[in-house]
Ligand binder design. Structure first.
Ligand code: FA5
Length: 340
């Protein structure tokens, strides 16, 4: 038997043990060298066949080899286990004094805020909140509201057509007729909602924006009631000192028609790009319900009077929060939204 073989096994085992990085690889090395059918066991098999005195000499060497491998494995195992538990301790260590991460809270969108505030102002005056569909028919959006067949806003330039006779509503006024068809007067309602117009956008015009419609129908309702209710609402939302003005306006579904402008808060009325150098921002159209609209809804116009109005919600938010460009509301920019 070659005695140098024992030396080689010892060296190889030492190298293997040195390279082992985990408990399981160390176990594998143990089995490979010291297992029942391992490298060292094989040498013991040769030992039996050896004549004396070589046999006892070789036996001594094999025992030493076995002990030395066992010793190295034990030592390495202590190193690996120590490292393992050091690392485990690192992972499981909890420092209770570190401040926790703050959860990111959402913000109420400025348009939602102004819708709620405007709604509250009207609910406080006895109005109830209704809603209607964003996808409308030409009938409700135009015809029932006394728009002549050739009215320019029916044109594809202003209206998004989905298919013939089906459109995205261009204002919240169609809900007036929808509501009157199903309810009897007297009543007072408001209808917040999204509307769509195929328009060029600028600092005060979007292609989708929000309106808040209002309709009050009863006996002896007059323009004075309209004036009183709207002035009270503006004071409730913007404060008593708000500067605003009335103008005559034309809408096919009211007679007479009026509009309200609020002094531009961006320039203080001096004129800027937000108010197109007029010093004023148009916030609503309104008027006394046209007899033809009552007729379209199935009411007798001789028995009932009413007023209607439609606020531009985005414009209200621009004024209240001093936002110079309407497009900011739709950018989903957290730097903007987190200010509210
Ligand atoms: C209407 O839409 C009428 N339905 C309002 C009305 C209701 C009149 C009831 C009489 C009775 P107008 O197109 O002017 O009217 O729009 C109403 C308001 O919406 C405007 O005063 C303005 O504040 C806002 N608005 C109009 N177009 C845009 C737009 N492109 N972007 C943002 N706001 C707009």
């Amino acid at each position: 038997m070659d005695f140098s073989k024992v030396e080689k096994i010892k060296e190889q085992a030492a190298r293997d043990i040195l390279e082992a990085k985990t408990t399981s690889s160390l176990k594998e090395i143990f089995n490979r060298y010291l297992g029942k059918k391992g490298i060292v066991a094989k040498q013991f098999f040769y030992l039996k066949k050896m004549p004396q005195p070589k046999r006892s000499e070789f036996g001594k060497q094999l025992n030493e080899l076995k002990k030395s491998i066992e010793k190295r494995i034990k030592e390495k195992s202590r190193i690996i286990e120590g490292k393992d538990s050091r690392e485990k301790r690192k992972i499981h260590k909890i420092d209770v004094s570190i401040p926790s991460k703050k959860p990111q809270l959402g913000h109420i969108h400025p348009l939602t805020k102004i819708i709620r505030e405007t709604q509250d102002a009207f609910v406080g005056m006895g109005f109830s909140v209704e809603e209607g569909p964003e996808i409308e028919t030409e009938h409700y959006n135009f015809s029932s509201l006394n728009f002549p067949v050739d009215h320019p806003s029916r044109d594809a330039h202003d209206t998004f057509y989905l298919k013939k006779d089906t459109i995205l509503r261009t204002h919240t006024s169609p809900v007036q007729v929808r509501y009157m068809e199903k309810h009897n007067p007297p009543f007072r309602i408001i209808v917040p909602g999204r509307v769509f117009r195929h328009e060029a956008t600028d600092s005060s015009h979007e292609i989708q924006f929000y309106q808040l419609e209002g309709l009050m129908v009863g006996k002896d309702i007059s323009l004075a009631n309209l004036k009183g209710v709207l002035e009270e609402a503006i004071k409730r939302v913007f404060g008593k000192k708000t500067v605003f003005r009335w103008r005559p306006g034309y809408f096919p579904f009211v007679e007479p028609g009026v509009e309200i402008d609020i002094a531009c808060p961006i320039c203080g009325g001096k004129g800027c790009s937000t108010c197109k150098n007029t010093g004023w921002i148009e916030v609503l159209g309104a008027g006394m319900v046209h007899p033809n609209v009552f007729k379209a809804a199935g009411y007798n116009p001789k028995n009932w009077q009413g007023f209607a109005f439609g606020f531009g919600i985005d414009r209200l938010a621009m004024i209240k929060y001093r936002i110079s460009d309407i497009r900011m509301f739709y950018l989903s920019d957290m730097r903007f939204l987190s200010q509210f």
